[in-house]
Ligand binder design. Structure first.
Ligand SMILES: CC(C)(COP(=O)(O)OP(=O)(O)OC[C@H]1O[C@@H](n2cnc3c(N)ncnc32)[C@H](O)[C@@H]1OP(=O)(O)O)[C@@H](O)C(=O)NCCC(=O)NCCS
Length: 428
């Protein structure tokens, strides 16, 4: 027998049987539950979509209680250990790991699209000298839609694939240009001899040398961080990407909106907030007082807690290991001791235990980025580069899904009833 849910409506005494599929009922099935004939029908009230599945997806699986994260079925731990970012992006986008030939072709295609049009470079030069690189990043990604009007052909697979290649290849170039602009250095053109992350480091940090020498430890560490950030199912920015894309906007405009969501301190800006918090704490001896403040409601312990993970975020564990390898090259970030002690104390404190608050991906990533020489303003940009693969995979899946339409939530109206306009002289 198929799974069903039986609902009795006390208002009418009627019973309804709703099918349960994949652990969910269809919200639209509730519409037939009406108090009387004029009733619109029952809705669910779910601010912040805490218990609403807005799509079916085959891309990323998370079990928040067990701390499991799978990309297309492959555990994040195996991907971080054995894969590269570009291979992971291929997997996320196309559903399967590429064979050797497919991987070579994919890496070649991405490498061939890294250059930005000179007009885009000029556009970026127009930003204020101290503009936040994430502001530059999201505006420039949006502006790319003006360079590629063919991107409007979203229902043509060839066009979608071309825009996907362009975006994955160009976001590091935009990110690096945004950074160089914000510190007043000349732009560095891509070096196609280098790997995806090696070239990114080149575009960020090359000075007058003829050829940038990539440090292989930092190159690999950045690649691992990119793998960890490539997708995370229906988070705020991905929902923005799907939401904007559902109006059939082009991928550049949709991605600019997703990046804007990622800019927020509760999402991609959290690692920046972690560093600010660690600096504010200043010393290990100040931690108990800080924790007491958090428990009283004076701010949050940044980098802790997650809407989905109610145990240790598996990405945080991998990042902690990567941190040691990076610090062996760069020297230890002095804030690390404060972070480690903060984590130790919080994980023993009933406030955090009872609310299932554990370190998330952002708790340690900022420490690594800072040790590698990135200013904190660059942190959300470093998140946006790999997440571009996830956003595009989710956008592509959404467009091919016959269940999807333009996203348009309902509301529960609690405002004034109908009333007549009052002339301003008669208002009290
Ligand atoms: C990520 C986050 C937004 C998820 O929020 P959420 O699922 O809406 O959880 P809630 O805000 O409902 O929090 C549940 C409870 O835990 C507390 N809580 C959640 N995160 C907390 C934190 N980082 N520090 C202190 N308390 C926290 C809330 O105050 C609330 O307590 P209450 O039940 O006594 O009111 C939230 O944990 C947070 O703000 N974390 C810090 C920012 C961060 O690291 N973001 C990066 C996410 S990858």
């Amino acid at each position: 027998m198929a799974d069903t849910l039986t609902i009795t409506d006390n208002r009418t005494g009627k019973q309804y049987e709703l099918p349960i599929e994949h652990g969910a009922i269809k919200a639209l099935d509730l519409r037939k539950i009406k108090a009387d004939q004029d009733d619109f029908g029952l809705m669910t009230y779910d601010p912040a979509y805490q218990n609403t599945a807005a799509c079916k997806s085959r891309i990323t699986y998370i079990d928040g209680d067990k701390g499991i994260l799978l990309y297309r079925g492959y555990p994040i731990e195996q991907m971080a250990e054995k894969s590269t970012f570009l291979e992971t992006a291929y997997l996320i986008l196309f559903g399967e790991l590429p064979n050797a030939k497919q991987l070579d072709a994919w890496v070649h295609e991405i490498t061939m699209h890294t250059m930005l049009h000179e007009n885009i470079k000029k556009l970026m030069e127009g930003f204020q000298y101290d503009a936040h690189p994430m502001g530059i990043f999201l505006s420039t990604v949006g502006a790319l839609s003006t360079n590629y009007p063919d991107a409007k052909r979203i229902f043509e697979e060839d066009s979608r694939r071309l825009q996907i290649r362009r975006l994955i290849a160009k976001v590091p170039s935009i990110a690096a240009y945004a950074y160089r602009h914000s510190i007043g250095r000349p732009y560095v053109y891509p070096d196609n001899d280098l790997s995806f992350t090696g070239n990114f480091l080149n575009m960020l940090f090359k000075m007058t040398e003829l050829k940038y020498q990539v440090n292989p430890v930092l190159e690999r560490a950045l690649d691992i961080l990119f793998i960890l950030h490539a997708d995370h199912e229906q988070n705020c920015s991905t929902s923005a990407m799907r939401g904007i894309g559902s109006a059939q906007s082009d991928p550049y405009s949709s991605l600019a909106g997703a990046a804007a969501a990622l800019y927020g301190p509760l999402h991609g800006g959290a690692n920046e907030a972690v560093l600010r918090m660690l600096k504010e704490i200043g010393h290990v001896k100040n931690i108990p007082q800080f924790i007491e403040g958090v428990k009283k409601g004076d701010g949050r312990l940044m980098g802790f807690g997650h809407r989905v993970y109610k145990s240790y975020d598996p990405r945080a564990r991998i990042i902690k290991q990567t941190a040691d390898e990076v610090f062996a090259v760069t020297g230890r970030n002095p804030l690390t001791d404060i972070a480690l002690e903060l984590e130790r104390i919080a994980l023993e404190d009933d406030y955090f235990i009872s609310r299932k608050l554990y370190p998330n991906v952002d708790f340690y990533s900022g420490l690594i980025y800072q040790a590698m020489g990135f200013p904190v303003d660059m942190f959300p940009v470093l998140f946006a580069i790999p997440r571009t693969a996830g956003w595009l995979a989710q956008w592509d899946e959404m467009l091919r899904d016959p269940d999807q339409k333009i996203a348009r939530p309902r509301q529960v109206y609690i405002g004034a009833e109908r009333r007549d306009y009052v002339a301003k002289e008669q208002r009290t």
